[in-house]
Design a protein around this ligand. Structure first.
Ligand code: NAI
Ligand SMILES: NCC(=O)COP(=O)(O)O
Length: 337
């Protein structure tokens, strides 16, 4: 069994877009490390982006193991030269490339075990697309670097009483019905159940599946996806031995009593999942990728360019992401033992 106090390798935390609030929330997380009981972590990215928004101590490191010796007294940072000087709130191509570079380095260090997990700072997707990024988001990029197909990399957003999984993720709403398939829902459900066991320590996870249409299609009168696609997926999940139920009417699945009846809910599209999660837990929501050979978490929020450099960004979700990365890494060790 993994001991709560046994040392893990430090956690790799990428800054995300250097013009966003990533550098600020990483630094603020370090500042409350003792009160929050955070294990050693190090930042990866352009150190100038941190200095722009924070005046605390920074220790330049060359390798992750150096993070442990400096962590008590300074924020360890693995500096990556990012071209033009970052300006908070003003994203540019150099910053997007720098965010991608940090992501690549962080993945590599986590895959080799030099870092226990990767916690990714928020990136500007539009800025990434402009510099040639062809993945919908960091989730799919990390999956590819780990040799996992995008369908097998499952996005889960988690808060204290709610875990949501969008079956389709970053696609236009108009494409959702045609992107849904029984097989995709089944695969997402299988990986979700396994992730809840390995990373959350839930032996027999309870999954529920939302419908796509109002009232879950009202017996086919308001849409047939529930009958033709979603219900067969739930049957297959049950045949796989997974405690799955649904499809249920989406609007009735998020009130407090409903949330107590499941460990995770599979939602059919991005906003069906993320609106309830962010409404309840914006400041402590964590985005986690299940199905990877490594642990990856991220705060639920984005780059918030509009408030970058104003010292008003809350580090709550970043702190929760670092903490959940540690819990997950420990649960995986315990599960493997
Ligand atoms: N994991 C990631 O890399 C994510 C990246 N994004 C990207 O972020 C960019 C901006 O996306 P938006 O939809 O505007 O979402 P956003 O989360 O950046 O901002 C939404 C609102 O919340 C506020 N906010 C966000 N984080 C905050 C914090 N820690 N403390 C205080 N206020 C905070 C912002 O000021 C804004 O009013 C987009 O390019 C998007 O692609 C969005 C979500 C996740
Ligand atoms: N809305 C969630 C989000 O954008 C996170 O995406 P990813 O970059 O973690 O894949």
């Amino acid at each position: 069994m993994s001991d709560r106090n046994s040392p893990l390798a430090p956690f790799a935390v990428t800054l995300g877009d250097p013009a966003g609030i990533g550098p600020e929330v990483v630094a603020k997380s370090w500042a409350v490390r003792e009160a929050q009981g955070l294990s050693p972590f190090f930042a990866i990215g352009d150190v100038r982006a941190i200095r722009q928004v924070w005046s605390g101590p920074i220790a330049a490191i060359d390798t992750p193991d150096e993070a442990v010796q400096f962590f008590d007294n300074a924020l360890p940072c693995l500096h990556l030269d990012g071209g033009a000087e970052p300006v908070p709130g003003l994203p540019n191509a150099d910053g997007a490339r720098g965010a991608l570079h940090a992501l690549e380095v962080g993945i590599g260090l986590t895959k080799t075990g030099s870092a226990s997990a990767i916690v990714t700072g928020p990136v500007g997707k539009a800025q990434l697309y402009e510099v040639g990024f062809t993945h919908p988001g960091q989730t799919e990029f990390i999956a590819e670097r780990c040799g996992i197909s995008p369908d097998h990399a499952v996005m889960m957003l988690a808060g204290p009483s709610l875990r949501v999984v969008p079956v389709t993720i970053h696609i236009p709403l108009a494409q959702v019905p045609s992107a849904l398939s029984t097989e995709l829902i089944r695969v997402r459900g299988q990986i979700t159940a396994r992730g809840l066991q390995r990373q959350f320590g839930i032996d027999n996870p309870r999954l529920v599946v939302a419908g796509l249409n109002p009232h879950a299609g009202e017996n086919g009168n308001l849409g047939r996806e529930e009958i033709e696609i979603i219900a067969p997926a739930v049957e297959l999940l049950r045949a796989d031995g997974i405690n799955a139920h649904g499809p249920f009417s989406p609007d009735g699945m998020f009130h407090p009593a409903a949330r107590e009846s499941y460990d995770a809910i599979l939602c059919m599209y991005h906003d069906q999942a993320l609106i309830p999660l962010k409404t309840l837990y914006f400041d402590e929501g964590v985005n986690m990728t299940l199905g990877l050979p490594i642990v990856r978490t991220s705060p639920d929020h984005g780059t918030a360019f509009g408030i970058a450099g104003k010292n008003i960004a809350s580090p709550g979700a970043m702190i929760a992401a670092i903490r959940m990365a540690e819990q997950s890494a420990r649960n995986r060790l315990a599960h493997a033992a």
